[in-house]
Design a protein around this ligand. Structure first.
Ligand code: ADP
Ligand code: MG
Length: 365
C-alpha cells in the first residue's frame, strides 16, 4: 500500500479549451479512506484516471510513497479500480471470477483458495461461489466485481461512483460492505461520489471539489461544522443549510444582525470576536435542525414566516417556510403541529449561525 501525493495536478482537454482539473494538491495517507466529493463534471474522474495512469497529466506530479508515477504505465502502478459497471466473465463461476486475477498472475493454488475465502468472508457471499454471473442480481454482481478488484493487494484502491446506479436500499447495504472492507483490509482508498451522504458515511477525510479545484479537505465533522465556504456548507448536509442575506451593524461593542429589518439574536463570543472584520452585508447560514418556530413573536423569534409545506418524516417533521422572499427549511419534532398557510415566527439558535462573505462566499470569523 502507499501514501498518495498529488502535487499541483492539472488536466485540460481539447487543447486547453476544457480545464477539467486545476491545481489539485492532496495527500492521502497510507491506509486512509479519502472521498472526492463534488457535482457531476467537477473533475473527479479525470483526477482518478490520472492516478491510475489512464490519462496523461497536463501538469503536476503524482507520487506513490517516494516514487514519481508520472511516467509509469498503468500496469506498473498496481492500482485497483472499480467503476459503476463490472464486466464479470459470463462463462466462469463466481469462484473462478474471483480467482482469475491471481491465476493470471501465476499464484499458487493454496494462496488463491485462501484469498478467495478471505474476500468472500468479508463480503458474506459464500453461497454465491458456484453460481454463474447470469444468475446473480445486480447487487450480487456488484459485490463480486468489488471482490475481484480486491483480490490482488493494490497500492491504491480507487472506486469511481461504484454504487450510484443502485436503488437506495441496496446502496446503503453496499456502503456498509465497502466500509467493512476498508476496516478489514486497511487499503489506501480513494472513493469518488457526488453523494454527500455517501462521502460522510464512508470517508476518514473528504476532499470537496468545485469546477476542477479542491475547495476544502477535512473530516466529515470538519466539513459539516466548519465549512470553508458557502459552497461547501450548501453541499454537505441534508436537508441543506439555509442561507439568508443579512446586515450587520456595530453599536458600540456589540454588533447586531438583522434580516430585512428583523433583528436576529447574535453574539456568541466567536462572532463578537470576529465582528471587527465582518462587512455590513453578509450571508447567514443555519442548518434546518437549528431553526425553530413559535406561534408568538418574542425576543428569540423575531422573523415572520409563512408555512409553505409540511412533510412528516416519521421521527421528525420537515417544514418549509417563506420568510420575506427566502425559502427556509426546519427539521422539527415529529409531534410539531403546523399547517401550510399559517404565519409563524422564526428563531435561529445563535450558537449555530455561520457568516459568509456575500461576494466571495468564504466563511467569516
Ligand atoms: P466528474 O467525474 O466530476 O463528473 P470529469 O472528470 O468526468 O468530472 O469531467 C470534468 C470535465 O472534463 C467535464 O467538463 C467533462 O466534460 C470534461 N471531460 C472529461 N473527459 C473528457 C474527455 N475525454 N474529453 C474532453 N472533455 C472531457
Ligand atoms: Mg465521473
Amino acid at each position: 500500500m502507499a501514501t498518495v501525493r498529488l502535487h499541483h495536478l492539472h488536466k485540460s482537454y481539447d487543447r486547453g479549451k476544457t480545464m477539467a482539473v486545476k491545481d489539485v494538491s492532496l495527500e492521502i495517507a497510507d491506509g486512509e479512506f479519502m472521498a472526492l466529493l463534488g457535482p457531476s463534471g467537477c473533475g473527479k474522474s479525470s483526477t482518478m484516471r490520472m492516478i491510475a495512469g489512464l490519462e496523461e497529466l497536463s501538469g503536476g506530479e503524482i507520487w506513490f510513497n517516494d516514487t514519481l508515477m508520472n511516467r509509469i504505465p498503468p500496469k506498473g502502478r498496481n492500482v485497483a479500480m472499480v467503476f459503476e459497471s463490472y464486466a464479470l466473465y459470463p462463462t466462469l463461476s463466481v469462484y473462478e471470477n474471483l480467482a482469475f486475477p491471481l491465476r493470471s498472475a501465476g499464484k499458487p493454488l493454496d494462496e488463491i483458495e485462501r484469498r478467495v475465502r478471505e474476500i468472500v468472508g468479508i463480503l458474506q457471499c459464500e453461497d454465491l461461489l458456484q453460481l454463474k454471473p447470469a444468475n446473480l442480481s445486480s447487487g450480487q454482481s456488484q459485490l463480486v466485481g468489488l471482490g475481484r478488484a480486491l483480490m490482488r493487494q493494490p497500492n491504491v484502491f480507487i472506486m469511481d461512483e461504484p454504487i450510484s446506479h443502485l436503488d437506495t436500499r441496496l446502496r446503503s447495504r453496499m456502503r456498509s460492505y465497502i466500509k467493512r472492507l476498508h476496516i478489514e483490509l486497511g487499503y489506501t482508498m480513494l472513493y469518488v461520489t457526488h453523494d454527500q451522504e455517501e462521502a460522510m458515511a464512508l470517508a476518514d477525510r473528504i476532499a470537496i471539489m468545485d469546477v476542477g479545484q479542491v475547495v476544502q479537505i477535512g473530516t466529515p465533522g470538519e466539513v459539516f461544522h466548519q465549512p470553508a465556504s458557502r459552497y461547501v456548507a450548501g453541499f454537505v448536509g441534508e436537508p441543506p443549510m439555509n442561507f439568508l442575506e443579512c446586515q450587520t451593524e456595530q453599536n458600540g461593542g456589540s454588533p447586531s444582525l438583522s434580516y430585512k429589518g428583523h433583528p436576529i439574536p447574535w453574539g456568541s463570543s466567536e462572532h463578537t470576536r470576529a465582528a471587527g472584520q465582518v462587512p455590513r452585508d453578509v450571508v447567514v447560514g443555519i442548518r434546518p435542525f437549528y431553526v425553530s418556530l413559535a406561534g408568538e413573536r418574542s425576543a428569540s423569534h423575531n422573523v415572520p414566516a409563512e408555512v409553505f409545506v409540511v412533510e412528516p418524516m416519521g421521527d421528525t417533521t420537515v417544514v418549509t417556510v417563506k420568510a420575506e422572499d427566502t425559502r427556509i427549511q426546519i427539521v422539527g419534532e415529529q409531534k410539531m403541529r403546523v399547517n401550510s398557510g399559517e404565519v409563524l415566527w422564526l428563531g435561529f439558535d445563535p450558537a449555530h449561525l455561520l457568516l459568509f462573505d456575500k461576494d466571495t462566499g468564504l466563511r467569516l470569523g
